[in-house]
Design a protein. Structure first.
Length: 210
């Protein structure tokens, strides 16, 4: 990524000009991000980014999406892959205009889906980070009525989680699977049958251990 050779002023210029004048706290956060970036303190940069997505008072229109595209994506290989994906999952919700983010229109869901597919395609992601990204994709597919595609992803991820069993996979990763699986079943109902037969026994074992 070319971003490591650029200064924060050039990377954050667009976001500062579009959003900074509308939220003083956001301006302070962007300045903090810039300082951390210039010092190459990547862990602290990630902490600050999560501070933005966890505080909806810092959400202005699509500023988190723009922050990712104009700033974070330029040096994202320096960041923890799992935490990066969690940031992008939150950012993807800015495609939705309605309060509470749901129900979203098909167009909004399509944009959010494409954004997360772009994230999930990154070659540098760890297996765990890619799973979380794919579970977000699965959720959007279910909301769009594309259950068969969601089912395929769930089955593939279920098999991968079975392989990762005992490797210390983070709770966040497992939780993202359970949440997506639950959302799928809520949509298809009992008639969905035993669609996750490859993972049923493994998920039960993990639930007991956790």
């Amino acid at each position: 990524m070319a971003g490591a050779g650029l200064n924060s002023q050039s990377l954050l210029a667009s976001s500062m000009s579009v959003y900074g004048s509308r939220n003083d706290r956001l301006t302070e956060k962007y300045l903090e991000l810039g300082q951390l970036y210039d010092r190459r303190q990547w862990h602290q940069v990630m902490d600050a980014l999560h501070g933005v997505v966890q505080d909806e008072g810092l959400w202005v229109d699509r500023n988190v999406l723009d922050l990712y595209r104009d700033f974070v994506e330029k040096f994202e290989t320096k960041l923890n892959p799992l935490r990066l994906v969690l940031f992008t999952v939150a950012a993807s919700r800015q495609h939705f205009t309605k309060e509470g983010f749901e129900p979203a229109s098909q167009n909004e869901l399509s944009m959010a889906l494409e954004f997360m597919q772009h994230v999930a395609s990154k070659a540098f992601l760890s297996e765990e980070a890619r799973i979380v990204a794919n579970m977000c994709i699965c959720d959007y597919l279910v909301q769009m009525g594309r259950e068969s595609e969601a089912k395929k992803i769930l089955e593939e991820v279920g098999a991968k989680l079975a392989q990762l069993e005992g490797s210390g996979a983070e709770t966040t990763v497992k939780s993202s699977f359970y949440r997506a699986e639950s959302n799928y079943y809520k949509k298809v109902g009992p008639a969905g049958g035993k669609i996750l037969s490859n993972y049923c026994r493994c998920s039960s074992a993990v639930a007991v251990k956790d």
